[in-house]
Every structure is written in structure tokens, then in C-alpha cells.
Design a protein around this ligand. Structure first.
Ligand code: G3I
Ligand code: 9MR
Length: 581
């Protein structure tokens, strides 16, 4: 009976004639393209015929003809999909997938280095988020803009007062990146962002030593990825109270700005209380930066030493203050002005201790960091997110296998097994899924910022590949980049400016206020989120993998954020490094 309903559903949902746009929309594939020797999959939604063709987009010549798979049923809706596998097409060129009598897909390209421009754009996205500096036309093109948020007169909020810095004290905290669509900067979210970008460099230095993204520092003798990172690193350093080593949670307005350009957003800026999560994330970033920048002492004199000293001071503060949560609601009951911007509130610091300890141990070789707190308190392997950074620590330990000593060395085998088994678990059942991507195993994948679930899964699979050299993990990681770039239940490529159907109305003050039709390029939006916490009325559906709307109102599905750009840059960059070897 269920089978009968299933067949009926397929027939009912298959219109006989499609317009060109409908056909393109129905053929879900990576809208940028494919490496010659990588798997190539397109997913056709609600379509009942069986043949598909691959045609050259330039000559119209048919280069491949095959049959679609039997239907796959969507995990989250009555919809069905069929798979077009054209992995055997390997010749570089520009192509279209054709459904005979129906229409073509968007064009896509097959070539080596297919994600090189995308990788650059995702890193350049951070340049576009820079505060306290004008973006000049030679670097920013039509998105050039005046400086905003100098942040050289930041007020110590009454809740953050300390004997040496009473309420109202002015400190200077310039630079940094806008966190997201808003104009504030948050240490916790900078933590995972910086850790991910620094790891991208550490995992693939050869690739990034030469990659240029046309920013003011290009050509200064340091890799551009690191140059961009330094813009935020120098801000982070200002967030540590020099008298005790604790780190303030954020630089913020009291409330979110309107949708205006940064240069006219001039309401007072505050730092809010120090916290254990912020301080440990800071310690981890500084320790990792300290070891990386020790190789760039001529371009950045003193930077590495400052980072290492600050990391150690932050750690010492956190050990003395192991339970200082940033609870904005509680703070607002007692202090004025009330602060209503992002909380990034976290009250479980076990993972931050693990991450900071791992980075400090690797950078200093002092075992006391490794043994200070339980590195493996349980068997969980939670995917990295702003409030769970444990795996960033594990990735670093795995990266430096050769440096490990005593208990860390003994733990290595178990750590490797954990990473591999977590990867294996993630991949279970992928070939049966509607879009054959790693993301989509569970409805719980589709949270606020679900695109960073996809990219962080990809990163975990890359770690599994690095540890095992088993090519299957690389191909699985690629399924999630394919997802980001169009092989998904929405039909969008989620990176602004990269793909054919991309977000045009992100919840991003810069893109909305600048009067330019195209949004700032190279920014990844949050993605499907059935939580719909923004109350936006334009969602087409509340089905988990379809709950996305390209509307400015949608901060729960269509905002951009630095902690989403970083893992997207990592995934694209890692695939570039590994597939082009
Ligand atoms: O922790 C619970 C978990 O226990 C529960 O199972 C799950 C069920 O949905 O919810 C989890 O909490 C979620 C939390 O993120 C942690 O993942 C909340 O529902 C969810 O609303 C919350 O969303 C965060 C959002 O701010 C609202 O606080 C996003 O992760 C976070 O990326 C986003 O960050 C904002 C900043 O505050 C301000 N700047 C823009 C930025 C991006 O939108
Ligand atoms: O613009 C804000 C966005 O950056 C945040 O992610 C989001 C959730 O904290 O809040 C947005 O600001 C909205 C506020 O929460 C409610 N009033 C409307 C604001 C802008 O649309």
C-alpha cells in the first residue's frame, strides 16, 4: 500500500512540460562545477522520466547519455528525487545536464582547481567585514565604502567594571571583523572562526603561502590568509584586561543598529564582562597564532611573542575563574544600559578548556597543559560550533602527532580511531538519501547556521582523510560542498555571487544599506532552519531542509556570519589542496 501511495505521489508531482527556469530549478547540482576525477552527481526533484544527457554548453554536442536512478524518497517530505551520475565525464569544459524534452540545468564547468576562485572569495569575504578602515575601490571594487566603527573610545560597561577600570573608563579596541549581518564583534564567535582559519593555514601551508586575495597587505611577504587573520587578531589582543588576563566578551552597541552604513552607525560602544568561554577561546587562538606567526617574525615583529604571553595569561585567569558565564539576561537585571545584542552565552566550559589546553600544549610543549583537565571526559565527538570547540583541540592534537609526548602520545591511537569512527557514522546511509549528501542524516542538522553543520562535517571528513589517506572521506566531504553550492532541497547556491541562483537579499546591513543591487560577494548565509526564529513571513515551507528564504528579514536562515564563512573557506580550500595534488 505504502509503495502504491509512493508511486502515485511521483506521478502526481510530475508536470508534463516544464519551462526552462523550472527545469533548471529542478536539476539540483553544484552550480560552480566539478574536478575532472571527482564524483559528479545531480539530483532531479519530482521527475518521472528516466534518461538524462550531458551536453557541451558551447557546441551543444552530447557527450554522455545515461539513466536516472530509481526514486529516492526525501527523509523530511513526500518529495522524491532521482540521481544523475555523470562521474565518467572527465574532460574539462563547460556543460549542461539535459532532461530530454524538458530542459537544461544551469551551466557548470569541469576543470582542475574548480574551487580556487571560491576559496579566495570566501577568504576575501572577511576583508569586506573589516571594521575601522575604509575599503578602497582597488580592493573592494563597487563595494568600496567609508570607514566605520573606529572603536577607539570603547566604554567599560558598568557590569564589566574592575578596580583598575571603573565603569565609564575608555579603552581602545579598533579593527576586527563585523560578526555577521550586525555591527558588533564577539570574542566567542571570533574564537571558532579564527581557530578554523588558522587551522586551514596549518593544514595546507603550501597552498596558502602563495594564494593572493588582493587586500592592502598583499605582497608584504606574509600569506594573504594570515594577513587577513591579523586584522582580527590585533583586535582580539585589545580585549584582554592587562591587569589580570581576563578577556571581555564583546564590543557592542546597546542595541542592534538599523540598516545603515557603518560610517553613520555611531552609537556608543561598550565592552561587557569578562567570561571563561571568551578567555579560553582567546587563549586557544593566541596559542595557535603564536606558533604560526613565529615563522613570520620579520613581517610581524613581536606578534608571536605577544600572542604567546597573552595566551598564558588568559589561561591563568580561566583556571582561577573556571565558571564565569556571560549571562546577558542576568546582567540586564542589574546594570544599565541594557544590552540586547547577540549573547553567545555558553555555560559549559569543558570543551573550551580542552581546546585551549591542546593549543597551549602543542605551542609550548609543556605537558602540564595537557594534564590540567580531562582531555577525554567522555566519548562524545560534538561537531564544532561557537559553543562547542572540543574538536578544534582534537584536530590540533591529531595534526601534531609527531610532537606528542607521554600521555598525549598514548592517547593518539584512540583519538585517531574516534575521528575515523565519527566520520564513518556520519557517512552511514548517504547513498540512500534524497540528495546523497552527508548533511541531511537527521532533521537536527537543520539548525540556525545549518550551512556550518555541512561545512564542519566536511572538515571532520577531511581530518579523517588526513589520518587514513582513504579517498572515500574526501569524496564524502565533497558531497557537502556540492550541497552548499546547489545540490540541496532549496536549489540555492548559498554563497553570495558564486553560482547561478544565489542569495540576493541576505540579512547583512552592509549589503542592504550600500545601494548596490548585488550583495557583498563571498559570504555564506546560514541556510535552512525550520526554527524560523525571525518570524519572517516569506519562508516557502517549514520542512527542515527547505526552510530557507532569501529575504532580508530572515536572520535565522539568511544572515551571513564569520563563523560560517570560516568552515566554508576551510572546506573549499582543503578540497582545492587535496584534489589538485
Ligand atoms: O543549545 C540548544 C540545544 O540544547 C537544543 O537542542 C537546540 C534546539 O534547537 O537549541 C540549542 O540552542 C540554540 C543555540 O543557537 C545553540 O545552537 C538556539 O535554539 C538557537 O536559537 C541559537 O541560535 C543562535 C542565534 O545567534 C541566537 O542566539 C545561533 O547559533 C548564532 O549563530 C546566532 O548568532 C548571531 C549573534 O547572536 C549576533 N550576530 C549575528 C549572529 C548570526 O545570526
Ligand atoms: O540584525 C540582528 C541579527 O544580526 C541577529 O542575528 C538577530 C538575532 O539576535 O537579531 C537581529 O536584529 C533584530 C532583533 O533581534 C529584533 N528586531 C529586529 C532586528 C533586525 O531585524
Amino acid at each position: 500500500m505504502r509503495k502504491l501511495i509512493f508511486i502515485l505521489l511521483i506521478c502526481l508531482s510530475t508536470p508534463s512540460i516544464m519551462t526552462a527556469q523550472e527545469a533548471a530549478d529542478r536539476i539540483r547540482l553544484n552550480q560552480i562545477g566539478f574536478y575532472p576525477d571527482a564524483p559528479k552527481i545531480a539530483v532531479i526533484t519530482d521527475y518521472n522520466n528516466s534518461e538524462f544527457l550531458i551536453k557541451s554548453a558551447t557546441s551543444g554536442e552530447i557527450v554522455f547519455k545515461s539513466k536516472l536512478s530509481a526514486p529516492h524518497k526525501s527523509e523530511f517530505s513526500p518529495k522524491v528525487t532521482r540521481i544523475a551520475d555523470f562521474s565518467v565525464v572527465t574532460k574539462p569544459g563547460i556543460y549542461k545536464l539535459n532532461l530530454p524534452g524538458q530542459g537544461d540545468s544551469y551551466t557548470f564547468e569541469i576543470k582542475p582547481k574548480i574551487f580556487c576562485n571560491l576559496t579566495k572569495a570566501l577568504i576575501k569575504g572577511f576583508y569586506f567585514q573589516r571594521m575601522s578602515t575604509p575599503l578602497l575601490p582597488e580592493y573592494a571594487g563597487k563595494w568600496s565604502r567609508a570607514a566605520g566603527h573606529p572603536d577607539n573610545k570603547v566604554i567599560i560597561h558598568p557590569a564589566a567594571a574592575s578596580p583598575n577600570r571603573p565603569a565609564g573608563t575608555i579603552i581602545s579596541c579598533p579593527r576586527g571583523w563585523y560578526d555577521a549581518g550586525d555591527y558588533n564583534k564577539y570574542i566567542v564567535n571570533s574564537g571558532i572562526t579564527m581557530g578554523t582559519l588558522l587551522s586551514l593555514y596549518e593544514d595546507f601551508p603550501a597552498c596558502f603561502d602563495t594564494l593572493k586575495i588582493n587586500i592592502p597587505e598583499s605582497g608584504n611577504g606574509a600569506p594573504d590568509l594570515l594577513n587577513e587573520i591579523v586584522w582580527n587578531l590585533r583586535w582580539m589582543l585589545t580585549m584582554q584586561d592587562p591587569s589580570d588576563g581576563g578577556v571581555y566578551n564583546k564590543v557592542t552597541n546597546a542595541g542592534f543598529d538599523g540598516f545603515v552604513m557603518p560610517s553613520v552607525a555611531t552609537t556608543p560602544r561598550y565592552v561587557v564582562p569578562k567570561g571563561t568561554a571568551a578567555t579560553l577561546d582567546f587563549a586557544a587562538v593566541m596559542a595557535q597564532a603564536g606558533r604560526i606567526f613565529s615563522n613570520f617574525k620579520i613581517v610581524f615583529p613581536g606578534l608571536s611573542d605577544s600572542c604567546m604571553k597573552s595566551a598564558d595569561k588568559a589561561w591563568t585567569w580561566a583556571v582561577k575563574n573556571p565558571k564565569m558565564a556571560y549571562d546577558q539576561n542576568l546582567m540586564n537585571k542589574e546594570f544599565k544600559p541594557v544590552i540586547n545584542t547577540g549573547g553567545y552565552g555558553d555555560s559549559d566550559f569543558r570543551d573550551e578548556f580542552i581546546w585551549a589546553a591542546a593549543e597551549l600544549y602543542i605551542s609550548t610543549s609543556k605537558e602540564s597543559y595537557y594534564t590540567a583537565y580531562p582531555m577525554f571526559p567522555d566519548t562524545l565527538m560534538p561537531l564544532p560550533s561557537w559553543n562547542n570547540v572540543r574538536l578544534l583541540g582534537y584536530y590540533t592534537l591529531a595534526r601534531f602527532e609527531k610532537k606528542l609526548t607521554n600521555s598525549a602520545k598514548k592517547d593518539f591511537y584512540a583519538l585517531k580511531e574516534r575521528i575515523l569512527r565519527t566520520a564513518d557514522k556520519m557517512t552511514e546511509g548517504v547513498t540512500d538519501r534524497a540528495y546523497m549528501t552527508i548533511i541531511g542524516k537527521s532533521a537536527r542538522d537543520f539548525i540556525w547556521g545549518s550551512n556550518s553543520v555541512a561545512t564542519n562535517e566536511g572538515i571532520l571528513l577531511i581530518q579523517a582523510y588526513k589520518l587514513s589517506k582513504d579517498r572515500k572521506y574526501l569524496d564524502y566531504a565533497l558531497t557537502n560542498l556540492d550541497y552548499i553550492l546547489g545540490r540541496n532541497a532549496t536549489g540555492y547556491s548559498f554563497v553570495t555571487g558564486y553560482g547561478h541562483k544565489t542569495p540576493m537579499f541576505p540579512h547583512h546591513r552592509l549589503s542592504e544599506a550600500d545601494g548596490i543591487a548585488d550583495p557583498v560577494p563571498g559570504l555564506i548565509v546560514g541556510g535552512p532552519n525550520p526554527g524560523q526564529q525571525d518570524g519572517c513571513k516569506t519562508y516557502p515551507s517549514n520542512i527542515p531542509d527547505e526552510s530557507y528564504t532569501d529575504s532580508v528579514c530572515s536572520y535565522a536562515s539568511n544572515e551571513i556570519a564569520i563563523n560560517w564563512n570560516a568552515p566554508a573557506a576551510y572546506l573549499a580550500g582543503a578540497l582545492e589542496a587535496l584534489y589538485n595534488k
